[in-house]
Design a protein around this ligand. Structure first.
Ligand code: PEP
Length: 283
């Protein structure tokens, strides 16, 4: 679809997807494994090796996010494989007297290429403001990291019909000052807070609607050429049993997986399910 046609869709049809995934092979399916504060050193090495071996012929981009102390052992474990790895957070500061914090440059120095920004366990658990998340995103991008930017509403916000408003507010704060060229290094993760670690998932229709709205918001800030390739993934209690149906919606480009990423076999089943689900919407 020529860009002018896509641009017209922005203006005229808020309900339709702005860009068909089939048009955008650049939207390679993405599966992230957020290990949170789990695994021993040896457990992390074993899990990383199993993931690296299991995705050898996968079409998906697979990125694992171990705890900070295991970045270096995981770097060794996935060396020369197709698995990438990243940090679950980073400091907004570059260096100095910031006890307990870890800079983007240190993360890069470990060989990591990704960082998660704005996970709800930091926004809500540690009171990180939307502006702080934005500053962290810019730090990550300045350090040449790619970023998974998490957004999503609480149950109270959803019940009040504020899902799109919250996603938009978090995106606006995060993307302030981020140039269009940087979008290629950002994956947006729609993670409804009430679905994270709870066993409750959004319905496919609800997730698809939120993803469409997120792409519309991006379309309000950036030109279609930049927006059309941005991957928008879903996170929140995804497991081997529900991944295929969740990721079958054309606007869902994969997932960020928490609990189910801690078992290699289950995580690899999710990667395989993502591949199958997205194949039918992209070929
Ligand atoms: C997450 O941590 O980003 C997440 C989605 O967790 P879970 O899959 O456990 O809900």
């Amino acid at each position: 679809m020529p860009h002018e046609v896509a641009a017209r869709q922005i203006a005229t049809n808020e309900e339709e997807p702005l860009y068909s995934a089939a048009m955008h092979p650049a939207r390679r399916p993405f599966v992230g494994g957020n290990w949170k504060m789990n695994t021993s050193r040896q457990g992390a090495i074993d899990l990383a090796r199993a993931v690296a071996t299991g995705i050898e012929s996968s079409r998906c981009e697979v990125v694992i996010f171990p705890p900070f102390p295991w970045l270096l052992p995981v770097a060794d474990a996935v060396n020369r494989s197709r698995a990438a790895f990243g940090a679950q957070d980073l400091s907004v500061e570059a260096q100095g007297a910031f006890t307990g914090q870890v800079s983007a440059e240190m993360i890069v120095d470990c060989g990591a290429t990704w960082a998660i920004i704005g996970h709800s366990e930091r926004r809500h658990g540690l009171a990180e403001s939307p502006e702080l998340c934005g500053a962290k995103l810019r730090r990550a991008l300045d350090a040449k990291l790619s970023a998974v930017l998490c957004v999503g509403e609480t149950w109270e916000e959803r019940s009040a019909g504020r899902t799109d408003e919250i996603n938009r507010m978090q995106l606006d704060a995060a993307l302030a000052g981020v140039p269009a060229e940087a979008l290629a290094r950002i994956v947006v993760a729609y993670e409804p807070v009430w679905a994270i670690g709870t066993g409750r998932t959004a319905t496919v229709d609800d997730a698809d609607a939120a993803h469409r709205a997120i792409r519309r918001f991006l379309g309000n800030r950036y030109a279609p050429a930049a927006v059309e390739g941005v991957r928008i993934i879903y996170g929140g209690s995804v497991n081997a049993g529900n991944a295929r149906s969740l990721f079958s919606a054309p606007e869902i480009d994969g997932g960020l997986i928490g609990g189910a990423s801690l078992k290699a076999a289950e995580f690899l089943s999710i990667v395989a399910a993502t591949e199958l689900a997205t194949a039918s919407t992209r070929s």
